[in-house]
Design a protein around this ligand. Structure first.
Ligand SMILES: [Zn+2]
Ligand SMILES: [Zn+2]
Length: 127
């Protein structure tokens, strides 16, 4: 029996349900581990989540016989890993209070609590 890649096709439905906090997100998950890349909404600087191993990967041959069950487990863990990656990622990016975009430290003004884009355009009005 051939063991194929469980990835993208099987999780399409789940991924459309779960929205990443950034506009752009890449799913790097394989059948062995889960990892995601999130990008700054302004400059697209990438942050990669810490890969989480799929708990059943050592028992692949056993689960290959129970393919549906394997896929189901993979989907559940993939979903959890994605949610965790989103929470972690939020610590690495900053949310602009004006435009609600998630931006990297380079694109964020700490004292104004805005992205550089918004703090430039609003300076004359605010001060
Ligand atoms: Zn950036
Ligand atoms: Zn902004």
């Amino acid at each position: 029996m051939q063991f194929g890649f469980v990835g993208k096709e099987a999780t399409k439905g789940l991924l459309t349900m779960l929205q990443p906090f950034t506009k752009k997100c890449t799913d790097l998950s394989t059948e062995d581990e889960f990892a995601f890349i999130f990008y700054c909404d302004l400059c697209e600087k990438a942050w990669k989540s810490v890969p989480v191993p799929f708990s059943r990967r050592e028992r692949k041959s056993f689960f290959a016989k129970l393919f549906r069950m394997y896929t189901l487990l993979w989907n559940v863990e993939h979903r959890d890993a994605f949610e965790r990656a989103n929470r972690e990622g939020m610590l690495h990016f900053n949310r602009c209070t004006v435009c609600n975009r998630w931006v990297c430290d380079d694109d964020f003004s700490e004292e104004k609590n805005k992205c550089t884009c918004c703090s430039q355009s609003n300076d004359s009005i605010e001060y």
